[in-house]
Design a protein around this ligand. Structure first.
Ligand code: LAN
Length: 724
């Protein structure tokens, strides 16, 4: 992958490791972790695979070489020839899921506070990554493409210092200057204040209340955390524990230095309690409401003057019980990168560094880390294993590529992978979890959280492959029905589908969103993307088994389509919440309508969608969207066309059966022209988003969505490019 920025001069002064010694280990459960080998001998005994070389940016001497493809299917084959070399032995594809810049500090702080030695190679590679991703002003944003913020800069500066960078190194000086210009670490948003407090570089008095007592409220209570979006409740749970106990690491000389460096004013002179609501303007995405400010004020007074110790103890005890449940349910992998780091600290304080629980959880943190040419980063999840295997399988089937015997082997491998990753345990009710038996997670079975669309995309892929006579049927009918059972429990009152669970509370809870930097995080919302995936999977299922819960399925599909139609904007677009942005949502929404026979010819919604997309096609035939589209809610382009967005727009037009070939062909030509001689496509811009404000990369999208679009075009419009 192309580094996002050219390598700055001072980056050359940072020690560089020999990349050839890194190896990617894949566990039995598809957990991915990088290891830096001790010696050249070990490296010789374990030659680098094609995928490892690709990820590390090493020479791909064994890459395929092709002449420029003349027809779409040929281009799809070239693309897949490259992509299949990245398939790992257990059948899945791995990927550097980078972007967010506020995740890594959690893990580094967790290692530092618990005095756990950093694994070999981490300090050098992480330092490299941060140096390579510093903005021109020396700071870091909330994600790799964002402007410098206090959140990104203060936390990543601290990481560099913990990893051994001297305070007078040019990188540190520049970052500090940037931070001070932004007002210093005092103007951090809530999570930044929290993390610095755990490190004893900020006073807990200056952190807005995170009462663990909330967990003692009865479950029916309208603001009970069990009703929050699972990521938010799983993050505020350990936060509440650490806040409740006010746990900070002991002060040492580095902490003393950081206290001096992170602030504009003298640390000891700062009255932190006055800064709870001091958040730099550049960081602020979702300002507090008056209700939240009033509640915070009341809680602060209450905590300071009246709060009985026994009640706080009861709150942290209950919180720890729930943390243990989360850890055990996920075999310590945890729901996501933020609660994984925070839970590590909780386990350390509660059970000690030699406990089994601590050893397990700290080891799991390795699975979030990824090495690439610019260094080591922390990923948004412990992988995208199920998600990527599902889309690749669907692309192989839809493009017809699976007909080749060699590719069939890959497909069988991926199918068996999905078979192994279907969740077999029922977690419903354990630690506020939703039903899980029969679902598929986004990453692996160990993390094991149900997601509506990962279940659907996996189910759809399994059904598509298992319907073909060439394939075995490892996933039994009973297990396919279990997947349907989970999905049927997930529809929201507005008929749409959310991400992990049906919404448990109303949007008004957003008034209590304390995080300042994310939008729409407190509860689940319905999304056209997730809704479509469910519709497609259920429809595919009825083709496979038309007897099981047929009426309910039909009703669910019917209602879900109402949601998709109603969420279309007047200009014919849909807002995409999980990738950038309108082209992504259009690919899904148009597919759900097509699955019930509604196309451009007979459906206004489809017609408007096509017109919207065509109005955005660029001169070179491609499409382009910037993450700012997600932030602002308005279609926003980058300075060049992008292969991934072009594939999405084309797939949308093809789902809608847009009757004119030419514009689609121009898009297809753009994809073909963008292909490198080895069949791959290069990363040009970030593809994904979450919580409206954080961009995240999906580097494999450019492969399987392009292959899918090229293959479908050949099938639907003929496998040729016209002469003119
Ligand atoms: C993801 C990644 C996948 C994504 C899709 C499956 C694409 C989506 O359709 C449903 C939501 C889901 C599962 C999703 C939710 C939020 C995640 C887990 C992420 C965007 C990856 C990282 C993000 C997580 C919340 C990051 C940690 C940040 C916090 C604010 C807690």
């Amino acid at each position: 992958m192309e580094p996002c920025r050219s390598r700055p001069e001072w980056a050359k002064t940072i020690p560089k490791l020999d990349k050839r010694l890194w190896r990617l280990n894949v566990g039995l459960d598809a957990g991915e972790s990088w290891e830096y080998l001790e010696t050249e001998e070990e490296a010789k005994a374990r030659p680098l695979s094609f995928a490892e070389k690709y990820f590390l940016g090493l020479d791909l001497d064994d890459a395929p070489k092709f002449k420029l493809a003349k027809a779409p299917l040929e281009s799809a084959i070239h693309g897949y020839e490259f992509f299949r070399r990245l398939q790992l032995n257990d059948g899945h594809w791995a990927s550097p899921y980078e972007g967010p810049m506020f995740l890594l500090p959690g893990v580094i702080f967790a290692f530092y506070i618990t005095q756990t030695p950093f694994p070999k190679g981490w300090p050098e590679e992480i330092t490299q990554y941060l140096v390579n991703h510093a903005n021109d002003d020396g700071g870091w944003g909330i994600h790799t493409e964002g402007v410098s913020t206090v959140f990104g800069t203060s936390l990543n500066y601290t990481v560099l210092r913990i990893l051994g960078m001297k305070r007078d190194h040019p990188v540190a000086v520049r970052a500090r200057t940037c931070l001070h210009k932004l007002g210093g670490a005092i103007a951090n948003p809530h999570w930044g204040k929290f993390w610095l407090a755990t490190l004893n570089c900020y006073d807990w008095k200056g952190v807005n209340p995170i009462p663990p007592e909330l967990w003692l409220l009865p479950d029916w209570f309208p603001i009970h955390p069990g009703k929050w979006w699972c990521h938010v409740r799983q993050v505020y749970l350990p936060m509440g524990y650490l806040y409740g106990e006010q746990l900070s690491c002991p002060v040492n000389s580095l902490i003393r230095e950081l206290r001096e460096e992170l602030y504009v004013a003298d640390y000891m002179s700062i009255d932190f309690s006055k800064h709870r609501n001091n958040v730099s303007e550049i960081d602020l995405y979702h300002p507090h409401t008056t209700i939240l400010d009033s509640l915070n004020w009341i809680m602060d007074k209450y905590f300071t003057f009246f709060r009985p110790k026994w009640l706080r103890k009861l709150g942290t005890k209950k919180s720890y019980e729930l943390i243990q449940i989360e850890n055990e349910n996920t075999d310590y992998a945890c729901l996501g990168p933020v609660n994984a780091a925070m839970n590590t600290l909780c386990v350390y304080y509660q059970e000690g560094p030699s406990s089994k629980a601590f050893q397990k959880i700290i080891r799991r943190l390795h699975e979030f880390m990824w090495v690439q040419p610019e260094g080591m980063l922390m990923r948004g999840t412990n992988g995208l294993q199920v998600w990527e295997a599902s889309f690749t399988l669907s692309a192989l089937v839809e493009s017809g590529l699976y007909e080749s015997e060699v590719y069939q082997k890959d497909a069988i491998n991926a199918l068996n992978f999905l078979d192994r990753q279907q969740i077999r345990n029922e977690y419903a009710g354990k630690g506020y979890r939703h039903n899980s038996k029969g679902a598929w997670p986004f990453s692996n079975i160990t993390q094991g959280y149900t997601v509506s669309d990962t279940t659907s995309e996996a189910l759809r892929a399994v059904l598509a492959v298992q319907s073909l006579p060439e394939f075995e049927k490892p996933v039994s009918l009973c297990r396919l029905r279990e997947a349907v059972d989970v999905l049927l429990l997930m529809q929201n009152k507005d008929n749409g589908f959310a991400s992990y669970e049906p919404a448990r509370a109303n949007e008004w809870l957003e008034h209590l969103n304390p995080a300042e930097v994310f939008g729409k995080i407190m509860v689940e919302y319905s999304y056209p993307e997730c809704t479509t995936s469910v519709v497609l999977a259920l429809r595919e299922f009825t083709r496979y088994d038309d007897s099981y819960r047929r009426e309910e399925i039909e009703q669910t599909i019917h209602d879900a389509l109402l949601f998709v139609v109603n969420s279309q904007r007047p200009d014919g677009s849909w807002y995409g919440s999980w990738a950038i942005c309108f082209t992504y949502a259009a690919m899904f929404a148009t597919d759900s309508l097509a699955t019930v026979g509604r196309y451009f010819e007979n459906c206004d919604t489809q017609r408007k969608a096509c017109e919207f997309l065509l109005s955005k096609q660029r001169l070179d035939g491609g499409w382009s969207e910037s993450y700012m589209a997600c932030v602002t809610g308005n279609y926003t382009e980058t300075d060049r066309s992008l292969v991934t967005q072009t594939s999405w727009a084309l797939l949308a037009l093809m789902h809608a059966k847009y009757p004119h070939r030419k514009p689609i062909e121009r898009g297809i030509q753009f994809i073909m022209k963008s292909q490198a001689a080895d069949g791959s496509w290069k990363q040009k811009s970030i593809e994904g988003i979450f919580n409206k404000n954080v961009a995240i990369a999906y580097p494999n999208y450019k492969f399987y969505f392009s292959i899918h679009a090229l293959g479908l075009f050949a099938k639907q419009y003929g496998d040729y490019i016209s002469e003119d």
